[in-house]
Design a protein around this ligand. Sequence first.
Ligand code: NAD
Length: 480
Amino acid sequence: MEKIINYIDGELREPVSGSYLENIEPATGEPYSLLADSDRQDVELAVEAAKKAFPLWSKTSKDDRSEILYRISELILQNLDKLAAAESKDNGKPVSLATKVDIPRAAHNFRFFATAILHFASESHQMEEAAINYTMKSPIGVAGCISPWNLPLYLFSWKIAPALAAGNCVVAKPSEVTPMSAYLLSKLCIEAGLPKGVLNIVHGLGHKVGAAITEHPDIPVISFTGGTSTGAQIARTAAPMFKKLSLELGGKNPALIFDDCKYEKMLKTVVRSSFANQGQICLCGSRLLIHSSIYDKFKKDFIREVQKLKVGDPKSADTNQGALVSKAHMEKVLSYVEIAKSEGGKILCGGNQVDLSEEGLGGYFVEPTVIEGLGMSCRTNQEEIFGPVVTIMPFDTEEEAIELSNATSYGLAASVWTENVSRTNRVAEQLHMGIVWVNCWLLRDLRTPFGGVKNSGVGREGGFEALRFFTEPKNVCIKY
Ligand code: NAD
């Protein structure tokens, strides 16, 4: 079986321990490659390589850094089909989604930050006392970047690209559940001529490699995307070491559907925002709040459309829903269907594992599931399920919709469906979320701040926010 190995100091290297884990294909449930089971020793080598590379990389001109990042972006596009097939096999997502969304976006992340760094300017502040301040923004050193499995290359590159563009060197860890595309990226980085040690990718488990990165005294800045409890653990380690931290965590996002919305457009988009990537996008709307005057109509139409979604082979072009990422995750998602039932929820459609073993796909397929009849305080509506499971619930007034939306410990994103401009502004202002989409979903401008509030995280990624995060500002005051 192919071995997924580390990228350290410009070379592909076996883990020091020589140990490997099995990498499972979610659609078949069978191992199909081996993954380096790295540990502290590999992280140490990666940090040493990054520290060695930092003086030169941080002084490399922005133009030259930009050019290399641009080259990586081009190589990703040249290898789009290969990367999309690999991402789909590794994650279970439909290859059509990886081809249209994940891999182009990974290329775009590199291209975006390759150009953003050329426009990243400093503020200056003139004083009346014949003095001027300017803000020097310097790369910090070795950045730690830790990413999850749901959008593997997309989110991995979303961290690495700004860190490198800003002149840092990086020790990165992709999710052990979906390591393949990060491994293929390391080969493209070598081909692009990225100087050795500038980017180091260490594969393996969170409690070994992730913890070693978080605890390392020579990694002063950490960008993490993943679950809220992992984020809390990282924060506990990083806080007394005064590390700079960006945490992009879980969500329990509402969709607020008012009766004056453009109905057909809303319906089509809400099916997508509920079930894209099998509901495994932190931005998916899992609590659908519908104005009571259109509730019955919406329920009927929504279920009809959801039942049209084809659950099947991720490799087939007509598959809408692939496999969930792992057996453990599928079991977690199905356990929430049981919790919903025990809480009095009515399963309107779905709720079961889909058996495709006759097609040679003995993996982790779950029907898209719609549940009604639950209050907002129950576990099904409070805890992140992160799968193809949504609840629907009616509301009578705008105030009630806002109150229900804000009634969880999360605050990542909301989507609002209305044609009323005044309502749009009133609602957007009162939603306690980092991101509000109105009459759309997942429409992303990479210049905008991205992140959540409450248990959904701390800090913002995207655009100049990311470049600010990966640089240290220093004020220089000059009296003349
Ligand atoms: P996870 O927290 O289990 O793992 C994320 C990463 O952290 C993995 O690389 C993992 O190996 C590593 N890790 C695990 N334990 C660690 C430790 N003790 N120290 C350091 N690193 C450790 O999350 P997941 O299951 O891979 O991803 C799903 C979660 O990610 C969901 O909660 C989802 O909402 C969240 N997510 C958030 C965003 C966002 O932008 N807010 C985007 C995507 C996913």
